[in-house]
Design a protein around this ligand. Sequence first.
Ligand SMILES: [Zn+2]
Length: 351
Amino acid sequence: MRFKDIEGQRILINHLTEIIDSGRVSHAQLLLGPSSSGSLALAIAYAQYLNCENRQHYHGESDLRADSCGECPTCKKYQQLMHTDLHFVFPTATTSSGSSSPCSNEFIEQFREFLNNYHQTGTEDQWYEHLGIEKKQGMIRERDVDNIVRELGLKSYEGSYKVLIMWMAERMNIVAANKLLKTLEEPTDRTVILMVAESRDRMLSTILSRVQQIVVPGQGIEVSGSRRVEYAAMFVSWMRLLFKLNMQTLSAWVDKAAELGREPLKLFLKFAQESVRACYLKTAAGVELKDELAFGDEKFNSSFPAMITNNNVEQICNALNEAQYSIERNAYAKITLMQLSFRLSKAIKNR
Ligand SMILES: [Zn+2]
């Protein structure tokens, strides 16, 4: 998987390749985002770039600053997901043909198939469907972690970084998570653990405190023209209201937003999420807001991004995400928006 094959996420990808090029690779990272964001594909492309023997750098001729070459021996093995130093762990469950204590190694062939079939953006449900266990809840178990520890402890086969990609890390059971902690505390040389999760709510705080967290925003937002101007104005007035939290003006805003209707409202929330993410990158990495993500309000453009920091970006993105799910499931829009406003207001003040 090369970065160029991933849809969107250009700002984040450019940020990641810059970090790799500077040699500041953190040995344990957590990519947080919905499956549709391409978080798993990003992890795979990240690992491929990290190990590529001939990293490509572009100078303005691409919206990417850099990418793996796709042609060196390492890239070729990575493209087939068959590199000896690339390991996967993911949730599994007992199947009619499998063993009674399943683990990822047992299902690696099916997992590669699944990655190929869904272009590495498949969801957890699609994975269980692929395994034919729709009604079960998968888990990452102690045995999986034992295997990881053993594999990561071995000498690298090809002198490259050994990479473990753990997909749906929130499915680790407590015993497995506690075992993994030790590995996180005592990293072996040239190993990188990339965890991919949709939500950190179910993860142990001791794990979270030992990994670098990277928020991957939801995807597929195409807002342009007059709708963009409308959404940007709505976003600016909403965020200002959240600081003052005047109930009367806030509920007027909520009434108006709810009138948008289900699909446009979902799109607006996605737009808000992308805006927040762009603000975060400005605060955290000095990445300027792109023209299409500036808010048409100079004062807001220059002051608001600083409100989005490491301390609240994930909380805000999660809240926006959950609200989209609720709206999708036909929840009452006004209540959803009101609750969301309180959550965001609290998070923004918590910078
Ligand atoms: Zn390469």
